[in-house]
Design a protein around this ligand. Structure first.
Ligand SMILES: Cc1cc2nc3c(=O)[nH]c(=O)nc-3n(C[C@H](O)[C@H](O)[C@H](O)COP(=O)(O)OP(=O)(O)OC[C@H]3O[C@@H](n4cnc5c(N)ncnc54)[C@H](O)[C@@H]3O)c2cc1C
Length: 251
């Protein structure tokens, strides 16, 4: 059955494109991969994002979030609906000078963030080669870092919290948890709860732990982005009895 994009356009404040020209422009990123998306959306606000996620779920397709599109492995290429947040989600929302943190929307360019932070004597360390266009949403998605990563580490080491919308439209905050909060999350009868539960069940399994420790690149390789960093999750308190309660990163 054909997807009724006119119905979606009526729900959005932002733009929706289904013509060949725009879809062709978004059919690739900085990689060699190419696939025509069904449509391209430029959401204007959070309600638009919720409408897009709901529409994709109802129509059996996917959303592909995109910021600058400089990924090298086809991360923002696919046959779903491209959701380009680089146009309307570009605000630096809050700076806490005392605690050294900043809250931003995903479409803030890394170098522009540092221009903003400079007068305050602060900067965001991870520096990709594409820092003059790469955006924080994409840096979080890719766990980006650059030539000084041994000093500045990668994006996940600087990430305190992520406000996210899950595939069922629920809004969640991912951030540091102590062990009690982690187990409480696992009890939630929601999609968020089932994510935590799944992680707990997979990583509590001794055979899985052994396999991950054996097969993941060794820890001395700082830059080792090979899928989800489950090797790092194994180092956190729920799976590593007696260790300190670490920050709990999901990427
Ligand atoms: C010449 C060149 C050199 C590069 N050098 C480096 C380097 O030194 N280090 C490095 O790490 N990378 C490098 N890259 C890869 C890339 O530029 C970086 O990883 C960059 O940080 C990606 O940012 P972006 O805004 O382009 O993200 P995109 O490519 O748009 O997206 C990246 C990922 O994040 C996801 N994403 C984006 N926004 C959101 C959102 N709002 N919600 C959920 N998911 C989201 C996307 O779906 C995708 O999976 C290089 C690329 C090129 C072309």
């Amino acid at each position: 059955m054909a997807i009724d994009f006119k119905q979606l356009q009526r729900k959005l404040k932002g733009n929706l494109f289904t013509d060949n020209t725009i879809r062709t422009l978004y059919a690739t990123d900085a990689s060699a991969y190419r696939e025509m998306p069904l449509a391209v959306a430029i959401p204007k606000d959070e309600d638009d994002i919720l409408a897009l996620i709901q529409f994709a779920a109802e129509n059996g397709t996917s959303v592909i979030p995109r910021t600058a599109g400089t990924s090298l492995a086809g991360q923002v290429v696919g046959n779903g609906i491209i959701v380009d947040v680089s146009k309307h989600f570009t605000k630096i929302l809050e700076l806490n000078k005392e605690e050294h943190w900043v809250r931003v929307q995903p479409g803030v360019i890394r170098d522009e963030l540092n221009m903003f932070l400079k007068p305050h004597g602060l900067f965001f360390g991870p520096e990709t080669s594409t820092a003059n266009r790469a955006m924080i949403g994409g840096m979080v998605g890719n766990n980006s870092c650059g030539s000084n990563s041994v000093v500045y580490r990668s994006t996940r080491e600087h990430l305190l919290e992520v406000n996210a919308v899950l595939s069922d439209g629920s809004k969640v905050v991912f951030g540091a948890l102590n062990i009690e909060d982690f187990h409480a999350k696992c009890e939630l009868e929601t999609l968020e709860g089932s994510i935590y539960k799944k992680i707990r069940s997979l990583l509590s399994n001794y055979d899985n732990q052994e396999e991950i420790r054996k097969e993941f690149p060794k820890k001395s390789v700082e830059r080792r982005n090979t899928g989800y960093a489950v090797d790092m999750l194994l180092e956190t308190a729920p799976f590593n009895a007696g260790s300190r309660i670490s920050r709990f990163y999901l990427c």
